[in-house]
Design a protein around this ligand. Sequence first.
Ligand code: ZN
Length: 310
Amino acid sequence: MSGIHHVTAIAGNALRNFDFYTRSLGLRFVKKTVNFDDPGTYHFYYGDETGHPGTILTFFPWEGAVAGRGGVGQTQQTAFRVPARSLGYWTHRFIEKGIAHEALEKRFGEAVLPFTDPDGMSLALVGVPGAENEAGWSNGDVPGEHAIRGFHGVTLLLENAAKTSSILTDVFGFKETVREGSIIRLTADNAAGGIVDIYEAKGFLPGRQGAGSVHHVAFRAVDDADQAEMSRKLVETHGQHPTEQKDRNYFRSVYFREPGGILLEIATDIPGFAVDEPVESLGEHLKLPAFLEPHRNDIEGVLPPLERAA
Ligand code: ZN
């Protein structure tokens, strides 16, 4: 298995982010926890029913975060898969809910509906023929037939594609499949999260990270041994400096900043989100790692509530 494991982005207001992704987009809230490196702030995870790798979009909501600015050295767009015939439903839904979106466009022969979240994060729905045969999770807001089927992929905006592309192909199992203008498409063997487009944009301004920006993109490793082998390749063949492994409770992570300036991660498929609560009630309770459990009262005291006042 290869491809994207998860995408992590920065948001502003926590409740607004929660409403948008669970209600407007109909994703499942698979985990409510905190940023392990900054436990006074939430870490939200959205995904499919169980939060399979390739479906997980996560956020650090920082109230009052200054808006980011897109540019070189950043993930420019994050795209989800929906059944091709569902794009009409989604266009109508965006109009009805006042969600900012653009006209349908064609990219690599696929219909793409670009839109933005309340923090201005650049998103898209891509109509994928046959995606209707993949299971879609529904909480009732979005009917299962039209539900998002995980990630289509991400677009990285880079000054130079070559070094990044060679890491994606050599270490993460992608293959360069097709080019369209300045965009190089790399694909992995997995349907959900199997695409990275590199938009080679020479002479553009660098981006600035903030609300609405992607913080990092994580790629899949089956287990610790697979991850260690990827880290070894990054060091020995690509001159990269991956971190030590960090335990993120739901997966184990190694980070490095790729040559184009984007923070990337290698995340294990194991153990997954059901490790500390049953699948039926994922996301309902604040979950903390063991080392933060003694501070639960303090942490709960500073996190903003996710229920609206009556
Ligand atoms: Zn991550």
